[in-house]
Design a protein around this ligand. Structure first.
Ligand SMILES: NC(=O)c1ccc[n+]([C@@H]2O[C@H](COP(=O)([O-])OP(=O)(O)OC[C@H]3O[C@@H](n4cnc5c(N)ncnc54)[C@H](O)[C@@H]3O)[C@@H](O)[C@H]2O)c1
Length: 247
């Protein structure tokens, strides 16, 4: 039976838990070959097992997205196995740990930049030439409402996510002529990624809907942006935040 993503290969970073894991599962359920990349080897192996319940076409690769060589090596390995990467989901990021701006050391700024921004840059650079050559591609970057509004005590995180949104918009313009779309999803507050139920939600006063978003809802939006039907949608940042009230 032909499914929505039959014949397509997706590579998802930060795929071991949370939104990344839910996205990997959803793509597998919709027929894609799935490459999961993450720095956490143990949780990555567990996520791979879950995905394998839906498709034999699954590859899990340990990778630090802030290391350009490891990223190139991951992409090479994925291409050797599946021949192409049609869809790239740049989801891996650091965000935990609130700190005042004046208490944030420079090396922590550098770490946030290296993972959240440069990780997205490295994977996009590594995958794009082959997408451009095949005249089809989808890049979906996971940003954040923090990158839109600026979150206090999360200045470094907010700045990197704002940069990811700007990168999304700029890159979309460069790739539009080649059938490659680039969009970003900006989640509001999502249920803690430690909860293995991708549909789990908890009460939240931060949005008018009064609850956190789920990993599954984010996965659905990412799949929508990666589909055949959204070929005319590019350079957009879509907030999935239950109608955000405060930051
Ligand atoms: N959870 C939220 O409330 C929320 C809100 C807005 C945006 N987001 C964004 O959603 C995305 C996913 O967040 P989440 O909360 O679902 O998961 P998470 O933050 O719990 O996990 C992210 C995954 O990325 C991996 N990772 C971290 N650093 C890495 C590196 N250097 N190389 C490779 N992998 C690395 C981790 O091992 C983990 O599996 C992130 O981009 C985050 O900024 C999350």
């Amino acid at each position: 039976m032909k499914m929505e993503f039959s014949g397509k290969t997706v590579l998802i970073t930060g795929a071991a838990v949370g939104i990344g894991r839910a996205t990997a599962l959803r793509f597998a359920q919709k027929g894609a070959a799935v490459v999961l990349a993450d720095i956490d080897e143990e949780k990555l192996a567990a996520a791979k097992e879950e995905v394998a319940a839906f498709t034999p076409e699954v590859l899990a690769l340990t990778c630090d997205v802030s290391n350009a060589q490891q990223v190139d090596c991951t992409v090479k390995t994925a291409l050797a196995r599946f021949g192409k990467i049609d869809i790239l989901v740049n989801n891996a990021a650091l965000w935990r740990g609130d700190r005042l701006f004046i208490d944030t050391p420079i090396d922590l700024w550098q770490t946030f930049l290296n993972v959240n921004l440069m990780g997205t840059v490295y994977f996009s650079r590594s995958v794009l030439p082959q997408m451009i050559a095949s005249r089809w591609g989808r890049i979906v970057n996971v940003a954040s409402v923090a990158g839109v509004y600026g979150k206090p005590q999360m200045a470094a995180y907010s700045a990197t996510k704002a940069a990811v949104i700007a990168l999304t918009k700029a890159l979309a313009k460069e790739t539009a002529a080649y059938g490659v779309t680039v969009n970003s999803v900006s989640p509001g507050t999502v249920t803690d990624s430690g909860d293995p139920d991708p549909h789990a939600s908890t009460p939240s006063s931060l949005c008018y809907m009064g609850r956190t978003g789920t990993d599954s809802e984010n996965a659905n939006l990412i799949c929508f942006l990666a589909g055949e039907e959204t070929a005319y949608l590019s350079g957009q940042n879509i907030q999935l935040d239950g109608c955000r009230k405060i930051i």
